[in-house]
Design a protein around this ligand. Structure first.
Ligand code: XBP
Ligand code: MG
Length: 258
């Protein structure tokens, strides 16, 4: 009998490549709209991704600006959290309209694996540091309007106080599913996500991308370039694929838990 009962997916970087041409552009649009002389380049954004969560990332960037820097907004310290929240709300608006253009497709193998999991009656959940509105909009535009309903639990953004690499969002999902970690497999794209899932005692598969390729994934059971499809085989970057397959299957997912 199968021990695998649920798949838990990260969103950004795992379900779709949202960061470089999605979130980053939306942040820059929000900055321009607010009259800020801020621009996050592709490279700078890669460094900023070490801070999980959009509001936290803005706060980190603000803190990194020299006190005398002209680009620093003149806002009383006590008003900064509300100012960041407003800026992030604007960013969310830009991100959602960007997604409406259909510019962010799902990564290889995601749609196929979700369909196979649903057909087999596996339970599905989301564990993301992204804001709930953003996560749901991404699911709807990348996978289909009804796709949020495929997931029994969507744990997102501030639903937990401590974002990844803290394990809290995964602990929240496991509690909501009422399952032990041994019955679930996490799918992530980043070292922070891997650390969060591992601390929650989950076996994790990493599908890396351009921003995360050089991170430390030694805690992962398997590292791939993507989940693959029959016409688009994956590359194995770490770990064993049993039974042999050129793309990620539920048989392989079950085998990884043994
Ligand atoms: C990735 C993140 C998010 C996004 C921005 O989340 O760290 O903060 O970069 O989204 P994950 P928000 O990989 O856990 O899905 O602006 O909505 O926070
Ligand atoms: Mg991610």
């Amino acid at each position: 009998m199968s021990t695998l009962q649920a798949l838990i997916f990260d969103v950004d970087g795992t379900i779709a490549e949202t960061e470089r041409d999605g979130h980053r552009l939306a942040f820059n649009q929000a900055f321009a709209e607010a009259g800020l002389d801020w621009h996050w380049s592709v490279e700078r954004y890669g460094q900023l991704l070490e801070v999980a969560g959009g509001k936290e990332r803005i706060q980190f960037y603000l803190d990194s600006l020299p006190p005398d820097r002209a680009a620093r907004p003149s806002i009383p310290v006590e008003q900064i959290p509300a100012w960041i929240a407003d800026l992030h709300t604007a960013k969310t608006r830009h991100y959602r309209s960007l997604l409406q253009t259909g510019c962010i497709p799902p990564r290889p193998g995601i749609f196929r694996l979700l369909q196979a999991a649903r057909a087999q009656g596996l339970r599905l959940a989301i564990a993301t540091t992204s804001a709930p509105d953003n996560a749901i909009a991404l699911l709807q535009t990348a996978l289909g309007p009804d796709s949020p309903d495929w997931f029994e639990v969507i744990a997102a953004g501030d639903i937990v106080a401590a974002k990844k690499p803290a394990p809290d969002v995964y602990a929240y999902v496991l509690k909501a599913l009422d399952l032990p970690p041994q019955a679930c497999l996490a799918i992530e794209d980043s070292q922070q996500g891997l650390e969060a899932a591992t601390q929650a005692q989950l076996v994790t598969v990493v599908t890396c991308n351009d921003y995360t390729r050089h991170q430390d994934f030694r805690l992962a059971r398997l590292v791939l370039d993507h989940l693959g499809d029959p016409d688009r085989p994956f590359q194995i970057l770490q770990g064993q694929v049993e039974p042999p397959s050129p793309y990620f299957t539920l048989d392989l997912a079950e085998h990884l838990l043994r």
